[in-house]
Design a protein around this ligand. Structure first.
Ligand code: ADP
Ligand code: ZN
Ligand code: ZN
Length: 737
């Protein structure tokens, strides 16, 4: 092959094209599609990173103007051909550059690290000599014992593990018994708990049906709708077992690793060293190592959050997305703003792998797909060995009428009291964080706002400071109102800390734990809190949505949802769905073992259909109301919403750019295929000193609308320079922009 088609590693839209380079003679047999290379670029022929996405024997233009590839970075392709195809579809689906997409698929650091490793030189030493040293029972013998099974182990790891310094290893090297070498090894491999494999459980009928449906010939994704505690995890485990036995590989996505330690433990216990776990706190080096282990088929199962979808399994047989309704599966910070569920569908097309979307509370979109027959609905309606919890709705307006102004209703307060007496555990759930949402002046109504962003400061009692949750800016609580000088400063809202204070006041001897953004900033705080609670180191756990997820606490028999309607007031067409999901998920925490669970759902809006349906345990009721509402209001999944967001430091330029884009859209929307909405400031109109304006486009046809928006943005680029502003596009985002 004489020519290479390459994309350069620069995330600039105007350079997001395929460039052709000549392949030097000596590279011709080495160069492969998917390799990372360096090429000379631009007038100065600066060497920049690039990826080979194709090879060809002829090109259409003047060969004499073409440059040669400078060098090859690794002696293996860093991305497979199928995954190049994936990157291409992401490029158009998420309006990103090919470079961003490739970098999203491969680990940040494609660079191996070598370690100084030590091993026993069995060739030149008799086994008796080695055994004799081991028998001495000193530091050297411990080193030899550690190395005895063979293999080459990093010196640093031997030191850590045995708690020694380098001296005994050096002494053994001097004696000629141990040798050292530089090795590329995979970090973290040695620390894997060598857990005994736990055998599969005997499945019940519902579980058997589910496994059979997942494994049968039908290629459509399975939507596994199983109530909390119905044994979905066991279904995943047994389906994956079949996949592994066929020599294939599986990816399991969970919303957030640190919140699902038990699920992860069950996978490692079942599949031992064939499992790897990724999490967001891993270093780039660790990430790279896992990637290599996956590439070389050393592992068969990867379990991790959203980004684990890109695990480079080339024999991919199954993708499981647990808690598929979670918004965490959608990336919304950096481009490409992908949705792991959509990537899964694409991978299924590329690799022919099976997909399971599992949830007790499926997203409206997935359930709609199942209704249309695009997904197969498989239900598990019964909890294993358990009756469903008893759910009580409490009308907080009545409490107020009868003079109870506490955050706890009389019924919930009494239930907490009984539970404390019985030595059982209680979870109190609030969909908020912090002590008070905002601080305002009682005299003039001024609300304290972040100086960089157009959002309220949040008061954090722990630090006694105001903090902006968007840019992290901190400020002191003012003594006097900065606008009118009044000293009547008021704290608004109910937070987890306030619940904690109230519990401490009502039940001074109760042992209380709190889990929210404030108490979980440090590395292991999640696990520490959960472990303490599980080992019965506390009676009451107060928390935000963090505690609503797949946790299994056998002694929790009471769950209180403090303000169920709080999540209804989000600026978001999903708010009904989110409310239904949260109440259902957190209710599922009650009564996991032999004791029956009780749930109290407190609300000021007891007629709301999401709350009603959650309390009655009827997903069908919820879906019927929600789908009526969405189709009436033209919201996804019945239509597609495109948001175009323009942001920049100069508000006038931002405004001019988005108005121009709007006019272009109006002009080209001749047949009125699309519903256009005039530009407005975004929901948060300023973040980190950048002004944000947005416009919205709706249409039934997802493909058409995407092309239309992309076409208009290209026109805009041709029309005016877009220096100093960024244009961002999102399709059906998690929340209004
Ligand atoms: P889900 O993921 O649907 O909430 P889990 O998989 O966590 O449910 O199962 C709930 C509990 O039931 C777990 O403790 C699990 O070990 C147990 N379990 C699941 N399937 C079976 C089975 N077939 N036989 C006995 N116990 C089971
Ligand atoms: Zn004031
Ligand atoms: Zn801010």
């Amino acid at each position: 092959m004489n020519y290479a088609l390459v994309v350069i590693s620069v995330a600039v839209k105007t350079l997001d094209r395929v460039f052709s380079y000549k392949v030097p003679e000596d590279m011709k047999c080495r160069l492969k599609v998917g390799m990372r290379i360096h090429v000379p670029f631009g007038k100065g022929n600066r060497k920049i990173e690039a990826y080979v996405i194709g090879l060809s024997d002829k090109v259409d233009f003047d060969e004499s103007k073409m440059k040669y590839i400078a060098d090859i970075c690794e002696n293996y392709p860093v991305i497979s051909e199928k995954r190049i195809e994936l990157a291409m579809s992401m490029q158009s689906d998420y309006y990103s550059t090919m470079s961003d997409c490739i970098q999203c698929i491969i680990p940040k650091k494609v660079k191996s690290k070598t370690y100084k490793c030590a091993y026993i030189d069995y060739e030149n030493n008799d086994i008796e000599i080695i055994d004799a040293i081991i028998a001495k029972n000193n530091k050297q013998s411990r080193v030899l014992e550690f190395l005895r099974d063979g293999g080459s182990i990093p010196v640093s790891h031997i030191k850590d593990f045995l708690g020694i310094d380098t001296a005994p290893i050096n002494a053994l090297v001097k004696k000629g018994i141990v040798k050292t070498e530089e090795n590329e090894v995979y970090r973290g491999n040695y620390n894997l708990a060598r857990t005994l494999k736990s055998p599969g459980l005997e499945l019940n009928e519902e579980q058997k049906n589910a496994v059979a449906a997942i494994l049968d010939e039908d290629v459509r994704p399975v939507l596994l709708k199983g109530v909390t505690g119905s044994g979905k995890t066991e279904v995943y485990l047994q389906a994956i077992e079949k996949v592994i036995n066929e020599g294939k590989q599986a990816i399991v996505l969970v919303p957030e690793i640190s919140l699902t330690p038990q699920t992860v433990d069950r996978f490692t216990a079942r599949f031992g060293e064939r499992v790897a776990v990724t999490h967001s706190r891993m270093s780039d080096g660790e990430r790279y190592d896992q990637w290599r282990r996956a590439c070389s088929n050393e592992i068969s199962v990867m379990i991790g959050p959203r980004s684990a979808i890109f695990t480079p399994f080339e024999k991919l047989g199954m993708i499981i997305i647990d808690e598929e309704h979670e918004s965490a599966y959608k990336a919304d910070l950096q481009p490409p703003k992908y949705d792991a569920r959509e990537i899964a569908l694409k991978l299924s097309y590329l690799y022919g792998c099976k997909i399971v979307f599992g949830s007790a509370t499926p997203s409206v979109t997935s359930y709609y797909m199942a209704q249309k027959g695009e997904y197969r609905l498989v239900e598990m309606k019964n909890r294993v060995n358990l009756s469903p919890p008893e759910i009580n709705l409490v009308d907080m307006r009545r409490e107020l009428e009868t003079g109870n102004r506490s955050i706890f209703s009389r019924a919930l307060k009494q239930a907490i009291e009984e539970n404390l007496e019985d030595g059982k555990q209680t979870i109190l759930f609030l969909n908020r964080r912090g002590y008070s949402t905002f601080i305002s002046c009682r005299s003039c109504g001024h609300v304290m706002m972040c100086k960089n962003c157009n959002v309220n400061y949040t008061y954090h009692r722990y630090t006694n400071k105001l903090m902006c949750h968007y840019c992290g800016e901190e400020a002191e609580v003012p003594k006097l109102c900065p606008v009118c000088g009044s000293e009547h400063i008021r704290y608004f809202g109910t937070g987890t800390q306030k619940i904690e204070d109230e519990i401490n006041r009502l039940f001074p001897t109760a042992r209380v734990l709190r889990m929210d953004m404030d108490t979980t900033r440090t590395k292991n705080s999640h696990t520490d809190i959960l472990d303490t609670f599980r080992s019965k180191g506390a009676d009451i756990l107060i928390g935000t949505q963090m505690i609503a997820k797949g946790l299994d606490f056998p002694d929790v028999t009471l769950v209180g949802v403090i303000a169920a309607d709080m999540s209804l007031n989000l600026n978001d067409y999903h708010s009904g769905e989110i409310t239904y999901q949260l109440i259902t998920q957190v209710s599922g925490r009650a009564g996991r073992a032999e004791s029956k669970g009780r749930v109290y759902v407190q609300t000021y809006d007891p007629q709301n259909y999401s709350i009603q349906a959650a309390v009655n345990g009827s997903y069908e009721d919820f879906y019927r109301h929600e789908s009526e509402f969405r189709s009436l209001m033209k919201y996804p999944p019945f239509t597609n919403i495109f948001f175009v967001l323009v942001s920049g430091e100069d508000e006038q330029i931002v405004h001019r750019v988005i108005m121009t884009l709007y006019e272009i859209m109006v002009h080209y929307n001749r047949k009125n295929d699309f519903t256009l909405f005039a530009p407005t400031p975004a929901v948060i109109s300023k973040i980190n000193k950048k002004y944000r304006h947005r416009m919205m486009v709706k249409s039934d046809n997802g493909e058409k609308i995407r092309n239309f928006v992309l076409f208009c943005v290209e026109k805009l680029r041709g029309y005016m320079p877009l220096d100093g502003v960024s244009v961002n596009i999102s399709l059906n985002p998690n929340y209004s922009i």
